[in-house]
Design a protein around this ligand. Structure first.
Ligand code: CMP
Length: 138
């Protein structure tokens, strides 16, 4: 069993897509083992996306991510990291396959509804960024 972090981003929350996103993950056999709603500070958003610090979109991305509440969650299942990424679709909705969350709902590469960890190391860092051990079902 593998765990990964997903986030319904501010645009997803504002478009009332929290339930839709979770439904798609659950239908794929993933289990929600932790869930919360938070609004990040700019510093917290910068810490979460620190790996992108040198990118030209860093300021815009982190400003967007703290603009409204988000819903981070931990998902568990076989190949959870890849499953979540497949269900989300490509980062840029223009490149996302039909039937993916980003193809169906995202407006742009920045406002792309949902985040998912891209590997084992990032999943461990990102899960720990939002949840402590007592907040994750075992
Ligand atoms: P996410 O999966 O959360 O990981 C990093 C985020 O940076 C990504 O989704 C996009 O929202 C954002 N991003 C990636 N590339 C760009 C870009 N070229 N311009 C703006 N935002 C980007």
């Amino acid at each position: 069993m593998e765990k990964t972090l997903s986030i319904v981003k501010p645009d997803g929350v504002n478009k009332n897509l929290v339930g839709e996103v979770i439904k798609r993950f659950e239908k794929a056999g993933l289990r929600v083992v932790a869930l919360k709603m938070v609004q990040l500070t700019k510093k917290q958003a910068e810490g979460f996306y620190a790996v992108h610090k040198q990118r030209p979109f860093f300021d815009s991305l982190t400003t967007f991510m703290c603009s409204d509440p988000i819903v981070p969650m931990v998902l568990e299942g076989k190949d959870a990291i890849k499953k979540v990424r497949d269900i989300m679709g490509a980062t840029n909705p223009k490149d996302a396959a039909p039937g993916t969350i980003r193809k169906d709902f995202a407006d742009s590469i920045e406002s792309n509804i949902v985040h998912g960890s891209d590997g084992h190391d990032t999943a461990a860092f990102e899960i720990g960024y939002f949840f402590n051990a007592t907040e994750i079902l075992r």
